[in-house]
Write a protein that binds this ligand. Structure first.
Ligand code: NA7
Length: 536
């Protein structure tokens, strides 16, 4: 028998997306010998995988970019207000080259297991191919939306035509010209892809389970002047983003939606509609905490849908009614609702006629079979915990992370789990990341992790571990803040409710990225209460 050689490193990072690459950069800055293991065949994470037609970030390009290097932000030029997937991927490659990060990444390497060793205070990490790494630090930069899901119905394997999932899109362009296409799912991915598929397809049938709120992106090329102006004030703008609630600076609300006149409300919503998605959520102090206040925004969007969609019955089916505005991720679109005015596009309401199975010919609901050539699943992800749960992570005394999280994730700051020393989860459950401009959260988390590890090393310690008490207090705080809002009322992926059997827990921190950062900074300034530093 041959024993696989073990690679010994100071730090191992799982995932070479925007988080993992920056973690590599920071750890190298501390002089740590660091390796990033990436399952994909190239870097980029989310932006490597999600190549479906229309894939685009719905945070503006000049906000959705690294701020850690003033030189980088000055030298990189974006072409559009909202960046497409290929443009973000080009940016990721530029960053990797500029900071010499490529040689730290092992591509095509999926992590299978990570076991903590009490004896010498290090992690043994095993890949699916059987390679073994021995590391002091272990950072999961595995993304929040990285384990895709299919509908829970039988028959997918038996379908005779082509199938696609938005999160596993082929690298070559897919031609739908003249074909009969079904899209299942109307979240952000479906809403971005549907208008483009509709232009090509002979016939497109959209299967909608939950109608979603979407706002026109009004995307446009970025003018040189606009870009130059932002670049002149970039530092101040970045700081404002860091201190904001959602990682995007917006004016602070001063009144309740219920204490202004309907005319004033309408004028306010019109002023942000098509311009500023976060603004729709932050127009009033009670927009996401009071059902009646929220309903004013929800009804405003429904009116927009009725204005755009010609057929009244289709318009009503497209109007969201079962969740408050913003409590499922609201979408940005380019012509989504108008697509349903096309003669070749049909909408199937799965609330009325649920999916039954995929047949050889197509999709069968309770009342019909829809024969198609191509089946597109825009059915989302086992969000926030799915990718971590797919890795056999075991902490002190061999405790499995999935067992510890059986009733829902518990974390300290969304970054650490008691009993799992030196393990960090970037944008983990309990962090504000998924309710923010992801880049702002990623940079804050990575900086906090790097600074914490540096602090430990300065003390002469190698092990950092959150206490059970700190973890409980943080998890309670996340829940309390969540319960104060309307978010728990939706069956969203934030709640785990898009995955059958998943505990129904609000997994995100809605206290705001600014407050969260301040809290983290205070912990660091006060000598890290809630963390235990030690050596083995
Ligand atoms: P989402 O937002 O989770 O959307 C998935 C869609 O697929 C959503 O409309 C789901 O309906 C639908 N879906 C999921 N499972 C089923 C089944 N079994 N039957 C019918 N329909 C189903 O994923 P996306 O990829 O669009 O976007 C993910 C995030 O990326 C997004 O939130 C942004 O942050 C960027 P449901 O609403 O669950 O009833």
């Amino acid at each position: 028998t041959t024993e696989a050689a073990t690679t010994r490193v100071d730090a191992l990072v799982v995932g070479a997306g925007l988080a993992g690459l920056y973690m590599l950069h920071r750890f190298r800055g501390l002089g740590l010998d660091t390796v990033v293991l990436e399952a994909g065949d190239d870097i980029g994470g989310t932006w490597f995988w999600n190549r479906y037609p229309g894939a685009r970030c719905d945070v503006e390009s000049m906000e959705y970019s690294y701020s850690f290097s003033p030189e980088l932000e000055q030298e990189w030029d974006w072409t559009e207000k909202y960046p497409t997937q290929p443009e973000i991927l080009r940016y990721v490659h530029h960053v990797a080259d500029r900071f010499g990060l490529r040689d730290g990444v092992r591509l095509g390497t999926r992590v299978a297991a990570a076991h903590w060793r009490d004896a010498d205070g290090r992690w043994t990490v095993t890949t699916e191919a059987g390679e073994v790494y021995d590391t002091e630090q272990l950072v999961m930069a595995t993304g929040c939306l990285s384990t895709s899901k299919l509908p829970e119905i039988p028959g997918v394997e038996g379908f005779a035509g082509r199938t696609f999932h938005t999160a596993h899109w082929p690298h070559e362009p897919v031609d739908f010209t003249g074909r009969r296409v079904a899209v299942i799912g109307t979240g952000s991915s479906g809403i971005q892809a549907i208008p483009l598929i509709a232009e090509e397809a002979g016939d497109l049938t959209v299967f909608q389970r939950t109608a979603n709120f979407s706002m026109p992106a009004n995307n446009a090329p970025l003018s040189d002047e606009a870009q130059a102006e932002r670049k002149r004030g970039y530092r101040a703008h970045r700081q404002a983003a860091r201190e904001s609630g959602f990682g995007i600076p917006v004016p602070e609300a001063t009144s309740s939606a219920l204490e202004v006149t309907p005319e004033e409300r309408r004028a306010q919503y019109e002023s942000v509609w098509g311009r500023n998605l976060v603004g729709m959520l932050t127009s009033y102090t009670d927009s996401i905490v009071d059902a009646d206040a929220n309903e004013t925004a929800a009804e405003f969007v429904r009116e927009k849908i009725r204005e755009i969609v010609d057929d009244p019955e289709t318009a009503e089916t497209l109007c969201p009614r079962d969740h408050p505005f913003g409590t499922k991720r609201p979408c940005l679109d380019s012509g989504y609702y108008a697509t349903f005015n096309r003669e070749n596009v049909h909408l199937v309401d799965l609330r009325r006629t649920p999916l039954v199975e995929i047949t050889e010919r197509g999709v069968r609901t309770t009342d019909a079979e829809y024969a198609v050539d191509d089946l597109v699943f825009a059915t989302g992800f086992d969000a926030m915990t799915g990718t971590l749960a797919a890795i056999d992570v075991r902490g002190r005394a061999g405790v499995r992370l999935v067992d510890k999280w059986a009733d829902g994730p518990v974390t300290h700051l969304g970054l650490q789990v008691a009993g799992f020393p030196n393990l960090y989860t970037i944008t983990g459950p309990g962090s504000p990341s998924v309710l923010s401009n992801m880049m702002v959260s990623i940079e804050q988390h990575v900086d906090f992790v790097a600074d914490t590890v540096a602090h430990a090393h300065t003390r002469g310690d190698t092990v950092v571990e959150s206490t059970e008490e700190a973890e409980r207090a943080w998890t309670d705080h996340v829940r309390e803040v969540g319960e104060y809002t309307l978010y728990p009322r939706a069956d969203s992926w934030y709640m785990g409710s898009n995955v059958p059997g998943k505990p129904r827990v609000f997994m995100a921190y809605i206290g705001g990225v600014g407050n969260y950062r301040q809290h983290c900074d205070q912990l660091a300034a006060n000598g890290y209460p809630g963390f235990v530093f030690s050596s083995v």
